[in-house]
Ligand binder design. Structure first.
Ligand SMILES: Nc1ncnc2c1ncn2[C@@H]1O[C@H](COP(=O)(O)OP(=O)(O)OP(=O)(O)O)[C@@H](O)[C@H]1O
Ligand SMILES: O=P(O)(O)OC[C@H]1O[C@H](OP(=O)(O)OP(=O)(O)O)[C@H](O)[C@@H]1O
Length: 304
């Protein structure tokens, strides 16, 4: 056994994308869960300095296979690459992480002759998602009863998929779209969506050491807390007793709002969790319902 394998012995192995779109958010999640580490940039494995965990930095697209085969216990990657690597039966998605949100779409030139997926079927499609695109167009070809040479030709490229149509390599592409800026700049538009995806925390179905389960639960619960903290804010306001029913209809909270008396007759203070993305509308509605001194606080961390 070499020195590295020895240092990993008994540790929970946790795979993190080594670069790319998901990397920064993953390091923020590790910090929020207080999983500390010092990474030598030349090494893709490093041990945590405060937990029996080793972090393994891998390409996002390889993580499902490492976790699915049990070489690594936990991992963060995109839901899309789990399906693309056909590992969904061998990994459990234990938490959705609320970032890396995008859609896998069929895109074609905006001003070209192809308007529908049926028009594109039988032609050339370029993608980094050859499994998912193959399944999708396979069904489409079957439906249209296309045989042999007439079936859709799927070709793999590793990146810059959006350039394929203008370079004459493809009639359409299958690629990830978030804001749509890349496709617009390439003169493409969507004609179908194969799936919506986001980053997920995955656990292997082949955990080698049952003794690791409590640590897996602790890490999962901490990460779920960090994710929830980024989704919610705490809203606090004062309201007259007779307006409380309407105000709590607007802010029912996760379980129920905390209501306490103010040192002024007939006035109450309410404290409640609300979804960050809805908070501006909620504040407008609260003020309309008679709330005063409406304050909103970010959460650093939580367990809910
Ligand atoms: N534009 C995007 N918006 C949001 N999430 C994205 C976007 N593009 C990719 N993702 C998510 O991030 C995952 C990894 O994508 P990324 O392009 O970073 O992969 P990579 O090939 O590992 O990195 P790189 O492109 O730097 O080589 C994707 O599988 C998807 O889940
Ligand atoms: O809708 P948008 O917000 O413009 O994002 C979509 C782009 O992001 C991804 O590529 P990325 O930038 O990761 O590079 P890649 O082409 O090398 O995969 C994806 O492949 C699109 O090209």
């Amino acid at each position: 056994m070499n020195a590295l394998s020895e240092s990993l012995e008994g540790r929970l192995l946790f795979a993190i994308p080594k670069k790319g779109r998901l990397y920064d958010k993953c390091t923020q999640i590790l910090a929020g869960a207080d999983i500390q580490f010092r990474r030598n940039p030349r090494l893709d494995v490093c041990v945590s300095t405060n937990h029996p965990i080793a972090l393994v930095f891998l390409p996002a697209s390889d993580i499902p296979s490492f976790v699915g085969k049990g070489n690594v216990d936990l991992g963060i990657t995109g839901h899309d690459v789990i399906l693309e690597s056909e590992m969904e039966g061998l990994v459990t998605e234990v938490a959705r992480l609320g970032f890396g949100k995008c859609a896998l779409q069929v895109q074609v030139p905006e001003h070209g002759p192809i308007k529908t997926v049926e028009d594109l079927a039988g032609k050339r499609v370029v993608t980094s998602f050859e499994v998912l695109a193959g399944q999708y167009f396979g069904k489409c070809d079957d439906k249209l009863q296309l045989q042999g040479e007439n079936r859709t030709k799927i070709e793999y490229v590793g990146g810059s998929v959006e350039a394929a149509c203008s370079l004459g390599l493809a009639d359409g592409i299958v690629d990830l779209v978030e804001s749509g800026d890349t496709m617009r700049a390439a003169g493409l538009h969507a004609i179908a969506t194969l799936l919506d995806t986001e980053a997920v925390l995955i656990k292997s179905s082949k955990i080698k050491h049952p003794a690791l389960e409590p640590l897996i639960e602790r890490v999962t619960s901490r990460i779920a807390g960090v994710v929830a903290a980024s989704k919610y804010v705490v809203c606090q306001y004062n309201i007259k007793r007779e307006d409380l029913a309407e105000a709590t209809r607007i802010t029912p909270g996760r379980r129920a709002p905390t209501v306490s008396p103010l040192e002024q007759e007939n006035w109450l203070a309410v404290s409640v969790m609300v979804e960050k993305k809805k908070v501006a509308n909620i504040m407008d509605d609260l003020v309309k319902a008679g709330a005063e001194d409406v304050l909103v606080f970010n959460l650093d961390n939580c367990r809910v």
